[in-house]
Write a protein that binds this ligand. Structure first.
Ligand code: PFF
Length: 451
């Protein structure tokens, strides 16, 4: 089953694809608005700490399970545990993929709509106070337009994934990731050269610990999973297309470094503009779709930078969304013997349909309205980011400690590594700490849920 598995064409190709998965709406949409609401620099410090203490070890665990088994998450856990119940952690990953992609592609659709708006010169109308907010509100509630763009976005994902690992994911990531970096550099330059940009930089980098509350800490941890695409087997799947000679440690460091660098750059681009033009950084999820559109018209070259910004957001979302669809696709190819085309078309269509319900839930057609005020889209987002990903990540760490075994895991990361010094005890301590941190936060989330 594994001998004719497709592999990445090059080391750089793999790193760009995996970084493409990691860098997404999480970096450019979620991180800035969460930092904006939870103390700026203090939130950023906790988030960076979580990435080092929890994210990096679990990323290495996922990549090594994938490379060792050359299988999707379900097959991977199953093979390493003699077909035991651990395979359910793999199924949790596949379920998370359905859940995340269904709402992620709705936001992906919004990014296309806003790119088109900027390109057609429509941003001028957002200069009036409140106009951007009113427009966004009416747009997401519309039963047709956002659904249409969501379907376009899903269609693109299916198109790329259908082409396979090398000709689809790798080839597109190699083009799109440099584009993304280039655009971001331009936007950062625009931001820091605005009068009054310094206040934005101080907000992002000089911590005032009093501004960080407990919910900020919980969010920072959950976000460290989301942003590196952990806890649902994406990195197991991408790792399964690696050859044994590849250096897992170096790759993991690259992925985390690129992801963090891009989140911080996005933060700089956004907060310098927000502060320079006297806006509120704690606007929440609307920061990108409401505050920024109202800023661009007041900025020299604003229309141009607006188009670049939303295209950047679209590219970032697309390279992440394809990695989510690949998890489901790989499972059906490996375990059920389906062809790639059949798997991508079938599950692309199913996820797109759930996404339609998510999009409609922002307007008058929320399937959850008989039971709760929460929209179906919010439910998908919260269930995955707050519970499913942290649970999947924690179980992966526990799996390394108690089932696969630290010795086997260590052998796997050593193979191909140019430099590797950690002994069994140190790895065990790192994984125990990572598991405990996630378990604690996960438990506190559950307690909060039932209070
Ligand atoms: N890492 C992506 C982001 O930051 O937007 C989101 C994501 C992709 C989460 C893939 C999970 C995943 F498996």
């Amino acid at each position: 089953m594994t001998s004719n598995r497709e592999h990445w064409g090059s080391r750089a190709g793999f790193i760009l694809a995996a970084a493409g998965s990691a860098v997404g709406l999480g970096n450019i949409w979620k991180y800035p608005h969460m930092a904006g609401q939870h103390g700026g620099a203090a939130f950023t410090m906790v988030y960076l700490l979580c990435i080092l203490v929890v994210g990096l070890p679990i990323l290495l665990a996922e990549l090594s399970i994938g490379r060792r088994t050359q299988l999707n998450p379900v097959g991977g856990f199953s093979l390493l545990s003699n077909n035991s119940n651990w395979k359910w952690v793999g199924f949790l990953g596949v379920a998370s993929a359905f859940t995340i992609l269904s709402f992620y592609s709705v936001v992906g659709g919004w990014t296309i709509k806003y790119t088109v708006l900027a390109l057609t010169g429509s941003f001028g109308k957002f200069s009036a106070t409140g106009a951007a907010g009113d427009f966004f509100d009416a747009f997401v509630k519309n039963p047709v337009e956002p659904v249409f763009w969501h379907l376009v976005f899903m269609g693109l994902c299916v198109f790329i994934i259908d082409r396979g690992v090398k000709a689809g994911i790798e080839r597109w990531s190699k083009v799109l990731m440099p584009v993304l970096l280039g655009i971001l550099v331009l936007l950062v330059f625009r931001g820091v050269t605005l009068d009054g940009a310094g206040a934005g930089l101080r907000f992002l980098f000089s911590p005032k610990w009093g501004d960080l509350d407990a919910s900020g800490v919980v969010l920072a941890l959950g976000h460290s999973f989301f942003t590196i695409s952990l806890g649902m087997g994406t990195m197991i799947t991408y790792g399964s297309y690696l050859r044994r000679e590849s250096d897992l440690i170096q790759s993991a460091l690259w992925i985390v470094a690129l992801d963090t660098f891009i989140a911080l750059m996005a933060g700089i681009a956004i907060f310098t503009a927000v502060f320079a033009l006297g806006q509120n950084p704690a606007e929440g999820p609307g920061l990108i779709f409401v505050v920024l559109p109202s800023l661009f018209p007041h900025m020299p070259g604003g229309q141009f930078f607006a188009a670049l910004f939303f295209f950047l957001l679209f590219v970032a979302a697309l390279t992440s969304a394809i990695s989510i669809l690949e998890v489901v696709t790989a499972y059906f190819i490996d375990e059920k013997g389906w062809s790639r085309t059949r798997a991508t078309n079938t599950f692309g269509a199913i996820i797109a349909s759930i996404g339609v319900l998510a999009s409609l839930s922002n307007g008058n057609y929320n399937v959850l309205s008989p039971v709760t005020d929460l929209t179906f889209m919010d439910l998908l987002d919260k269930a995955s980011s707050k519970y499913m990903l942290p649970l999947g990540g924690m179980l992966t760490a526990v799996f390394v400690l108690t089932r696969w075994g630290v010795d086997h895991f260590r052998d796997e990361i050593k193979s191909g590594a140019k430099w590797f010094q950690l002994n069994k005890q140190v790895i065990t301590i790192i994984f125990v700490i990572a598991s405990l941190v996630v378990a604690y936060i996960f438990a506190s989330e559950l307690v909060a849920l039932f209070r």
